[in-house]
Write a protein that binds this ligand. Structure first.
Ligand code: EPZ
Length: 420
C-alpha cells in the first residue's frame, strides 16, 4: 500500500487545475445506462472510483471507451445484457446503488447488492427503495441483495423525500426520466452535481424542470438519446486546495474553481481570515494574517458541505481561538480526529460535535488514512506541521483525488509517494 511522506512548513504558491467532479462524473456514467446510444463525457477525473464504475457498467454489458486514451473522455454505449450488480463491486463503492433506477427503467428488473455501510456511517438506502416503489417497482430483499421488478414499466408519482438525500434524488431522477407520466420529487437534494446530472439528462432528451430548487418535476419520455457532456469542476477538490492555501499561509490560483458552487465554504473561509477572489477562470485563495476559529455545522446544500468538514478541522486546529464543528449528515465522520490529535491538535469530540482549541503548531507523525476526506485532512495537517508526516493507506485518497502529490509539489510542497 502506497504512503505519502510530507515535510511541512512550506507556504504553497502557484496554480492548481481543478478536475472534473467525482460526485457528478460517477452519476453521469450511470446515466449512460438510460440509452443504447453513445453518451460522451468530457473532463472525467482519473480516479479509482471511476475505474470501479467503468468495471460495474461493463459487466452490465455496455461499453465504456476511453476515446482519447488518457481517461479524461469516456464514451458509454451499447445494450444492457446483465441486470445484476454484484456484491464484490457494490461493496467497494456505494455509488453503485445508482444503477438500480436506470436498470429498472430500461429493463424492468434489477438485482443489486445492498451496499452495506462504510467507514463514515451505516448509509441505508431506504429512501431509494421507497421512492422506486412509489414509481411502481416491486422490491424485495434477500441474501443481501435488492430484487426489483417493474414488469409493466415505471409510472410517475409524487415523491416526498424525508431527507434531501443526494443519492436517493439521483436514483429517482434517472428512473423517472423513462417512467410513464409526471414525477415530482419534493425535498430533492440541491447539490450542484445534481444540476449537472439534470443538464446532461435534458440534453439526452429528458424533460426535467426545477433544477437547483427543492422540487424536481420530470415528464417521462419513451427513450433518451446520446449526447456529449462536460463534467462540472469538482467543488470539493477546489475547497480542499483552498484549505491547503489557508493552512500553509500561501496563495493558490485554483483553475476552474467556482465560488458559486462553494457558497458556504467561501463565507466560512473568509470568516476564518482567508481571502477568496473569483477571477474569470480561477478562484484565488490567500491567507496572510492569522487564522481565526469559526463554528461550522454541516448541512445539505447550500449549507456547509459534510465533504469539507475534515479538511476544515485540520485548518482550524492551528487557528487562533476555539472552533466548534458539528456533523449532522453522517454518524461517524470524525475518524480524522485521533490522528490529528497525534500531530498535536487539541480536539475533543462530544457526540456529533467536536471542540477544537487552536494550537500554535502541529508536529509531523506517522498517521493513517481512514476514508477519502480524512486522508486529505491529514495531508493538510502534514503540510503545516513541523517535521515529517508519513500518511499510510493512501488508497483511500486515490479513490477521489487525482494526482495530489503532483499538484501540491508543483506549488512548493515537499511531498512524495512511496510505493510499498
Ligand atoms: C453523496 O453520498 C456523496 N457521494 C457523499 O460524498 C456526500 O457526503 C453525500 O452525498 C452528502 O452530500 C457521492 O455523491 C458518490 P445522502 P450519498 O444520500 O448520496 C442518509 C465523498 O466524500 N440516508 O445525501 O450517499 C445517509 O445515511 C462522499 O465524496 C438515509 O438514511 O448521501 C446519510 O446519513 C462521502 N437513507 C445522509 O442520508 C437513504 O435512503 C446523507 O446521505 C439515503 C441516505
Amino acid at each position: 500500500m502506497d504512503r505519502f511522506i510530507i515535510h511541512g512548513g512550506h507556504r504553497l504558491r502557484g496554480d492548481i487545475v481543478i478536475g472534473g467532479a467525482k460526485n457528478a462524473a460517477l452519476k453521469l456514467l450511470v446515466a449512460g445506462l438510460l440509452t443504447s446510444e453513445r453518451l460522451v463525457l468530457r473532463n472525467v477525473p482519473r480516479i479509482a472510483d471511476i475505474t470501479t464504475m467503468r468495471r460495474l457498467l461493463e459487466q452490465h454489458g455496455v461499453t465504456v471507451e476511453d476515446i482519447e486514451g488518457d481517461g479524461g473522455t469516456l464514451a458509454i454505449g451499447g445494450n444492457i445484457t446483465n441486470t445484476v450488480a454484484p456484491y464484490d463491486i457494490v461493496s467497494q463503492m456505494r455509488a453503485s446503488i445508482l444503477v438500480l433506477g436506470p436498470l429498472l427503467a430500461r429493463c424492468g428488473e434489477a438485482r443489486v447488492s445492498l451496499p452495506g455501510g462504510c467507514a463514515i456511517g451505516t448509509r441505508p438506502v431506504d429512501m431509494h427503495l421507497k421512492g422506486l416503489e412509489a414509481l411502481g417497482a416491486e422490491i424485495s430483499l434477500e441474501g443481501g441483495y435488492i430484487n426489483a421488478r417493474a414488469p409493466r414499466g415505471l409510472v410517475g408519482d409524487r415523491i416526498v423525500l424525508p431527507f434531501a438525500s443526494v443519492g436517493a434524488t439521483e436514483n429517482l431522477l434517472m428512473a423517472s426520466c423513462l417512467a410513464r407520466g409526471r414525477t415530482e420529487i419534493i425535498n430533492a437534494a440541491r447539490e450542484p452535481e445534481i444540476a449537472d446530472l439534470v443538464a446532461c439528462l435534458n440534453s439526452m432528451g429528458a424533460r426535467i424542470t426545477g433544477s437547483g430548487s427543492g422540487t424536481l418535476t420530470i415528464e417521462g419520455v419513451e427513450a433518451l438519446h446520446g449526447t456529449t457532456h462536460s463534467v462540472m469542476p469538482d467543488r470539493i477538490e477546489c475547497g480542499t486546495y483552498a484549505c491547503a492555501a489557508a493552512i500553509t499561509g500561501g496563495e493558490l490560483r485554483l483553475i476552474g474553481g467556482r465560488a458559486d458552487h462553494l457558497g458556504a465554504v467561501v463565507r466560512t473561509l473568509e470568516e476564518a481570515g482567508v481571502e477568496v477572489f473569483q477571477e474569470d477562470d480561477a478562484l484565488r485563495v490567500r491567507r496572510t494574517g492569522a487564522l481565526r476559529g469559526v463554528d461550522i455545522m454541516t448541512e445539505p446544500y447550500p449549507g456547509f458541505p459534510t465533504d469539507m468538514q475534515a479538511q476544515f478541522m485540520a485548518m482550524l486546529s492551528v487557528a487562533e481561538g476555539a472552533s466548534m464543528v458539528t456533523e449532522t449528515i453522517f454518524e461517524n465522520r470524525f475518524m480524522h480526529v485521533p490522528e490529528l490529535n497525534r500531530m498535536g491538535a487539541r480536539i475533543n469530540v462530544h457526540g456529533s460535535s467536536a471542540i477544537i482549541r487552536g494550537v500554535h503548531s502541529l508536529s509531523g507523525a506517522p498517521v493513517m488514512a481512514t476514508d477519502l476526506r480524512a486522508s486529505f485532512s491529514l495531508i493538510l495537517a502534514g503540510l503545516a506541521a513541523h517535521g515529517e508526516t508519513i500518511l499510510s493507506r493512501v488508497y483511500h485518497l486515490d479513490r477521489g483525488y487525482e494526482a495530489v502529490e503532483r499538484k501540491l509539489a508543483q506549488c512548493g510542497a515537499q511531498i512524495e509517494r512511496v510505493k510499498d
